[in-house]
Design a protein around this ligand. Structure first.
Ligand SMILES: NC(=O)c1ccc[n+]([C@@H]2O[C@H](COP(=O)([O-])OP(=O)(O)OC[C@H]3O[C@@H](n4cnc5c(N)ncnc54)[C@H](OP(=O)(O)O)[C@@H]3O)[C@@H](O)[C@H]2O)c1
Length: 328
């Protein structure tokens, strides 16, 4: 197949990174077992880092970001994924150094793909995307340690992609959720997603005595890192589970051994990009069944390729609310 298709392309010009929408050829895509016509992608913080040349994300430019894609297989060398099947690809190297989902086509190894579960369309799967997969992996780690029903949980970066799905999912599972946010004017949205309490992030940090505060929460989903993570660790009940997946507020945090040796707390790292495909399948199956969320539409804003550039700039500034769904 040699026809052309449209992609968002980032080009490097000395220290400047320019974004444009360009026509590309299928033959220019990397090798792989599956050629996929992308129907939907979604915007993640990592895509904005790739699109702005942040160190450690993408090495070579010109490049098409997009760590998420869902669509229809058009060419296949793997009988597990026949032509016409609908698939989800998230993480691995997609959108990092492999041409990504902000494009009408991708070509990837079949080991990166998951069949879209029954009951989940390509659109719904990308309303969830890497953000939802990450929140889901965090929640699954919490569930390994405790039954979430009736527990008190805390979610930081609550209006963002990972955080908003985290709030919705934890509330769906019967937990009483405290949302930490820098956008108190979005309190109404967070309550609609299921938060029972919304706290301004600066007030949360100022009111916390580290390294050990009063124990208030059984489980935590932190996307922010920095002083917020230090404050969360200080505020866990005995046996609390803290999951950490992001660093929008900084990579360093302060704590001591005391929350761990006096309160038996656990700190669990979450990585959606490299996690085994079998673990991902479990999370996607949950989202298509017992984790069917009522807040996905509320949290998603649909845009087309031409309108992605301002959305990329907005997520870099921490100003996104919910999740941007890209329709190809
Ligand atoms: N480990 C993994 O597998 C994985 C997967 C996906 C994402 N991540 C990471 O998780 C983080 C969030 O990703 P995302 O896609 O959800 O991004 P996002 O949509 O931009 O959400 C991040 C949210 O964090 C809050 N925030 C932003 N800047 C902040 C700052 N300087 N200090 C404190 N809070 C700040 C904002 O929410 P409020 O205004 O509500 O506070 C923002 O909406 C990123 O670091 C990303 O790289 C990791």
């Amino acid at each position: 197949m040699s026809h052309s298709f449209r992609s968002l392309v980032v080009k490097k010009d000395n220290d400047r990174f320019d974004i444009s929408i360009e026509d590309r050829k299928i033959d220019d895509l990397p090798d792989g077992d599956l050629l996929i016509r992308v129907e939907y992608s979604s915007l993640n913080y990592k895509d904005a880092l790739s699109a702005s040349g942040a160190k450690g994300v993408t090495k070579d430019y010109p490049h098409t970001p997009g760590i998420d894609a869902a669509g229809i297989v058009e060419e296949s060398k793997d009988k597990e994924f026949p032509v016409g099947s609908t698939v989800i690809v998230t993480g691995f190297d997609l959108g990092m150094n492999t041409s990504g989902g902000f494009s009408e086509y991708i070509r990837v190894p079949s080991q990166w793909a998951i069949k879209c579960p029954d009951g989940l369309s390509t659109k719904e799967s990308m309303m969830i995307g890497t953000a939802g997969l990450t929140a889901g992996l965090a929640v699954a780690s919490m569930e390994n340690k405790c039954d979430l029903k009736g527990t008190k949980t805390i979610v930081s970066g609550a209006t963002g992609g990972v955080g908003s799905i985290g709030v919705n999912l934890l509330s769906h599972l019967g937990s009483e959720v405290t949302a930490i946010t820098g956008k108190m004017d979005e309190k109404g949205l967070l309550m609609e997603l299921g938060a029972s309490e919304v706290i301004d992030r600066n007030k949360f940090v100022e009111s916390t005595r580290a390294p050990l505060n009063r124990g208030m929460y059984n489980a935590a989903l932190d996307v922010v890192g920095g002083p917020i993570l230090s404050s969360i660790i200080a505020s866990m009940h005995y046996g609390g589970v803290i999951t950490t997946c992001g660093n929008v507020g900084g990579p360093n945090f302060e704590t001591t051994v005391f929350p761990f040796i006096l309160r038996a707390n656990s700190l669990i790292g979450i990585d959606s990009a490299g996690c085994p495909i079998e673990d991902r399948k479990i999370i996607w199956e949950h989202f298509s069944s017992d984790w069917e969320l009522n807040g996905l539409e509320k949290m998603s804003k649909t845009v087309e390729l031409e309108n992605m550039i301002p959305e990329i700039q907005k997520i870099l500034k921490g100003k996104q609310i919910g999740h941007v769904l890209l329709k190809l």
